[in-house]
Ligand binder design. Structure first.
Ligand SMILES: [Zn+2]
Length: 284
């Protein structure tokens, strides 16, 4: 009888450890490995913002990248070979979003699919009466089930143009932060005063953007951000990291709200070397 009781206690103990402590224990073990020097060189080359970070955030980014690469499987689609350049470029940019936050923000991400180029998606839609089929070319997408899909040519362009309007990696991983509370509503999980302030500031800015488009005025943000609140947050995130000076000048309150959420101010970093660019990209 005693032996059964002991076995049951051991099993319960193992279950409690697995459910509540295993993940943090496993992550601590991963971080005991030194960060490979060739990864560091790759980050310098492929993630321009990395070199501008203060030392403590550089270290934090490296740790997040280390966990990201240890935990999240990458799958090459249509013959794309996933090498260190692909992995470090994607992980480095994705982890910028949480460089001053906890890695647990990415707990829900379970796979990264990478296509060589923009890819075609066939979609079926029904309004209850008629089923229509659409073919769309995409640069990337994110699913609430934790899957991120990216077109590698778009990832490369984003990495090459740190001042540019678009960065599909930042965009799709921003959607993943939005999904954390279970809904794609353009707001990551927030509470209390921060949630109320976010709601007011972002609603006002979103309506301002839509108004300026309705009146054919020059919009202060990529018009794709006006399609729905979820895209507004994703496009704002791209702009916050890539064109912070522009965003702060146009929408100072939005800038401060994002800076509070990301716990990070891109305007307080060292300057980039020369080089930037703007491009048109398809839905993402
Ligand atoms: Zn999007």
């Amino acid at each position: 009888m005693l032996i059964y009781l002991l076995c049951a206690l051991v099993l319960i103990g193992a279950l409690i450890f697995y459910l509540f402590f295993y993940r943090s224990w496993w992550r601590k073990r991963q971080l005991q490995h030194p960060f490979p020097e060739h990864w560091r060189k790759m980050l310098k080359k492929r993630v321009p913002l990395y070199s501008r970070l203060p030392a403590h955030l550089k270290r934090q980014l490296e740790q997040h990248v280390q966990l990201f690469l240890a935990e999240k499987p990458f799958y090459g689609c249509d013959g794309l070979e996933v090498d260190d350049t692909v992995r470090l470029t994607i992980a480095g940019h994705a982890c910028l979003l949480i460089v001053a936050r906890n890695f647990s923000d990415f707990d829900g991400i379970n796979s990264i699919l990478v296509y060589p180029d923009r890819y075609r998606v066939r979609d079926m839609e029904s309004d209850g009466m008629v089923v229509s089929e659409s073919n769309e070319i995409r640069a990337g997408e994110a699913s609430s089930l934790g899957q991120v899909v990216l077109a590698w040519t778009e990832c490369e362009q984003g990495a090459l143009h740190p001042h540019g309007v678009h960065n599909v990696i930042l965009h799709e991983f921003a959607h993943q932060l939005d999904y954390l509370d279970g809904t794609a509503d353009g707001a990551p999980p927030l509470s209390g005063e921060q949630a109320r302030h976010w709601q007011e500031t972002m609603t006002r800015a979103y309506e301002h953007l839509r108004d300026s488009l309705r009146h054919h005025e020059k919009p202060w943000l990529d018009p794709y951000g006006a399609t729905e609140p979820a895209e507004f947050f994703a496009v704002l995130t791209e702009t916050f990291f890539q064109q912070p000076g522009h965003l702060k000048a146009e929408q100072p309150e939005v800038y401060e709200t994002l800076s509070g959420y990301f716990r990070f101010d891109p305007l307080k970093l060292t300057e980039y070397p020369a080089g930037s660019g703007n491009r048109e990209v398809p839905p993402r």
